[in-house]
Design a protein around this ligand. Structure first.
Ligand SMILES: C[S@@+](CC[C@H](N)C(=O)[O-])C[C@H]1O[C@@H](n2cnc3c(N)ncnc32)[C@H](O)[C@@H]1O
Length: 531
């Protein structure tokens, strides 16, 4: 039977045959037909909806219910379809009523929202049987029918499933109803209490982040952490001051952790963490307006049941907080490692001012936190004459300018377009006086260079013709020649072991070698001194 093949997409000529199959006794066939209709309707939704609805009256109740289920999956926006579905709420058959309610719950942006709302409320007020009541409650929640809130709150406690659905629907209504309210992070406000901070970074940069955090954020009390790609600290202050740390990707606040051996324990431990004194202080200090939060179960997908469990428990413990997966000011990132629950509160929607100068990019431009890390590892001095021989979009040079005084900045590249991009970014950053040159990094020899800071090609575009090894070898030799005595080459080497041997053979002395995550592959952050 063609319809059982997942590749089968019917045409409108097949409507009659498909409607016939909707009456099949085999549930597998019925599901396959519904999927096939959904596939066909993805391209020609309105035509399919009209054809299916035109068959409703003449069909048996069982087929009618399935027809409405199929129509619901196509989520028609037009008033005529909504009208047909609304009328079906009065169908004599309960299965049809339920299918119609479910279908209506999917019509969030229908032209006929007022008509849909009226039909659902009317059906609710007619004291529906339990299956329809559950479907109506769910539909009213999904559609955000604020008029339904009182009815849903008044659901009697008799049926646990209806109470659960109505509870979720009320939470959705609160969420939708407060979307226009103010909710933002007040990053400039200083907290007068210690917070456990987590700075996230590219793996391999932890030491540089730790160092920069200590230097630039004097309100940090203790810095620690041995995990990859993050640094922990105890800190107090204003969140926006943390953007002084240019080597981090972002930051979050860690909540008290506790054992969580299974899902039930995870949900209740998560509730305790989110309603803890520490969490409330953080959230209430730095939120302007309504606290809106989303829960991100790391490694556990959507985990809807656990989310609802936490949401309902927090309604009582933290009244006024609104759960909103799509528009929130805080994200609770929940993970379990070695049987312990860890919750990080991540402020959302903050304006990160650090790298806004990057008005244009080149392919394979450096991640700016990596550029900032290269600059830190170069151990700057105000007498620096800095050369970036693979300047690309100029990120390293701008980061060098941001780090402190220098004598000269020189950026060269083989590509004229890249020079234009770098010039534009330097101008946007307000960094004047950079010397830009078109030149080959393996041959160019600017005078008096005390620091070479660069992110060369990593081989993704040039390795295929085998030229990367030659380019990197010849550049290492040239860097050793061009550097002044006492100078330092700081770069990301795509061929760590090879360039180390080469640099040593050229008389350079190793100061740092560290594998760093480049975003899916590793390169080696190397610093070499010329004695
Ligand atoms: C990884 S990108 C540079 C990334 C740069 N740091 C940025 O943030 O945009 C490498 C750059 O090296 C340049 N390049 C490749 N071979 C070169 C060579 N032999 N001499 C100079 N530049 C070269 C490319 O044109 C490219 O702009």
């Amino acid at each position: 039977m063609a319809v059982l093949s997942s590749g089968f997409t019917p045409s409108t000529r097949d409507v009659d045959a498909l409607c016939g199959l909707l009456g099949d006794d085999d549930e597998k066939v019925v599901r396959a037909v519904e999927h096939a209709i959904a596939r066909a309707g993805a391209g020609e939704g309105p035509v399919w909806v009209a054809r299916l609805l035109s068959r409703a009256d003449a069909s048996s109740p069982a087929v009618r219910a399935r027809l409405f289920r199929a129509v619901g999956r196509l989520a028609p926006k037009d008033a005529a379809s909504a009208g047909a579905l609304a009328s079906a709420l009065r169908d004599p058959d309960g299965r049809v009523q339920k299918a119609a309610a479910n279908a209506l719950g999917r019509l969030r942006e229908s032209e006929a929202s007022a008509q849909i709302a009226a039909a659902l409320l009317d059906a609710w007020d007619r004291s529906p049987a339990l299956p329809l009541a559950r479907a109506l409650a769910e539909a009213m929640g999904k559609l955000g029918l604020v008029q339904a809130r009182g009815r849903l709150e008044a659901v009697p406690a008799g049926d646990a499933e209806l109470s659960r659905i109505a509870g979720n629907a009320v939470a959705m209504l609160r969420r939708d109803g407060s979307r226009g309210d103010r909710s933002e992070i007040d990053a400039g406000r200083s907290g007068d209490f210690d917070v456990d901070l987590v700075l996230l970074c590219r793996a391999g940069l932890e030491d540089l982040v730790r160092e920069e955090l200590t230097l630039r954020c004097p309100s940090v009390r203790s810095v620690g952490g041995r995990d990859a790609a993050q640094v922990t600290a105890t800190w107090r202050g204003a969140p926006q001051d943390l953007f002084a740390v240019r080597t981090m990707l972002g930051f979050a606040f860690a909540l008290p952790s506790e054992p969580a051996p299974d899902d039930a324990a995870t949900a209740s431990a998560c509730v305790r963490a989110l309603s803890s004194e520490a969490a409330r202080r953080i959230v209430e200090t730095w939120t302007l307006g309504t606290v809106r939060y989303r829960i991100d179960w790391q490694g556990k997908g959507h985990s809807r049941a656990m989310t609802w469990q936490v949401v309902h428990a927090l309604e009582e413990r933290c009244p006024g907080w609104v759960n909103d997966p799509t528009s929130s000011t805080w994200q609770a990132s929940v993970s379990v490692a070695e049987g312990r629950l860890r919750v990080l509160l991540v402020p959302r929607g903050l304006v990160d001012p650090r790298f806004v100068y990057r008005v244009r990019d080149v392919p394979a431009a450096s991640h700016p936190t990596l550029a900032a890390a290269l600059v830190r590892a170069s151990r700057i001095s105000d007498a620096d004459v800095v050369w970036d021989p693979f300047v690309g979009s100029g990120t390293e040079l701008v980061e060098r300018a941001r780090a402190g005084a220098y004598r000269t900045l020189i950026g060269s590249d083989l590509d004229l377009d890249a020079i234009g991009v770098a010039r534009g970014n330097a101008a946007a950053a307000g960094v004047a006086g950079v010397i830009f040159q078109i030149a080959d990094a393996t041959l160019h020899a600017p005078c008096g260079v005390t620091r070479i800071v660069t992110n060369p090609p990593m081989g993704r575009r040039v390795a295929r013709d085998g030229s990367l090894v030659d380019l990197i070898d010849r550049f290492t030799d040239n860097a050793a020649r061009v550097l002044s005595r006492g100078g330092r080459l700081t770069w990301l080497s795509p061929l760590g072991g090879r360039t180390a041997a080469r640099a040593e053979a050229c008389g350079l002395r190793v100061a740092l070698r560290k594998p760093v995550d480049m975003g899916g592959f590793f390169a080696e952050l190397q610093a070499w001194d010329k004695p």
